[in-house]
Write a protein of this length. Sequence first.
Length: 256
Amino acid sequence: MALPVVDTEYVKEVDKARRDLRALIASRNCAPIMLRLAYLLSLSLFVSVEIARNENEGKWSGPNGSIRSEEEYSHGSNSGLKKAIDWCEEVKSKRPKITYADLYQLAGVVAVEVTGGPTIDFVPGRKDSIVSPKEGRLPDAKQGAPHLRDIFYRMGLSDKDIVALSGGHTLGRAHPERSGFDGPWTMEPLKFDNSYFVELLKGESEGLLQLPTDKALLDDPKFGHYVELYAKDEDAFFRDYAESHKKLSELGFAPR
Ligand code: HEM
């Protein structure tokens, strides 16, 4: 979907914010939570736009940075994101022209880059509003392939996108106090590589986590094809991940 055009001054501010985010993410080692923030925001943004469309009889009412409202980040599924939001606020206070919606998506792109992942094309132009979606529309980690398809297909994403994006779990870990799950998916949770897929194919290993939604990628033949491809070909994973991440980060934008 096309994004609104921004002026050259805004583009310069985005470049500066990108540098600020690189420094911030390096000094706090917080790439995983920044990536999760961007991902959850994209999903909830899509839901808000869907709701707004219904309420306005089909008229598009714009994407937003609504996750920063307390109502939303206190949702169970967003637990732990407050810290990431506060860190982004440090950049926002230096670069006030940048919208929150652009800032959070830029943070996700930078998080992948600075941990060794692919370069993701970032197009600015998202607008902010403070309307939060209802809770309970994000993927449930205890479910299987039909649930993943139900959520991601609605957003125009494909089987390939679902598997490539699940590779985001190459970064970070689960926290018992946040989700009830515990542990990282890979041995090096601060490095963006294809080890999520390598570990998934190996089966359960002590100390590493596989959510039911991760395992579901193996049980389904269409998903399984991509898991095997990405486990043996990191370039293919990086290429597809960059494309799928861009799509995810541009959900909910109005056609020009
Ligand atoms: C963490 C579920 C997709 C990026 C988590 C956690 C759960 C989860 C339960 C643990 C949260 C915690 O305890 O702190 C899911 C489900 C998905 C999904 C059910 C559906 C496919 C994605 C996608 C991305 C992503 C598409 C990004 C492209 C992350 C990251 C973390 C994480 C980076 C680690 C955060 C940290 O270390 O604090 N996810 N996720 N996830 N997720 Fe996902």
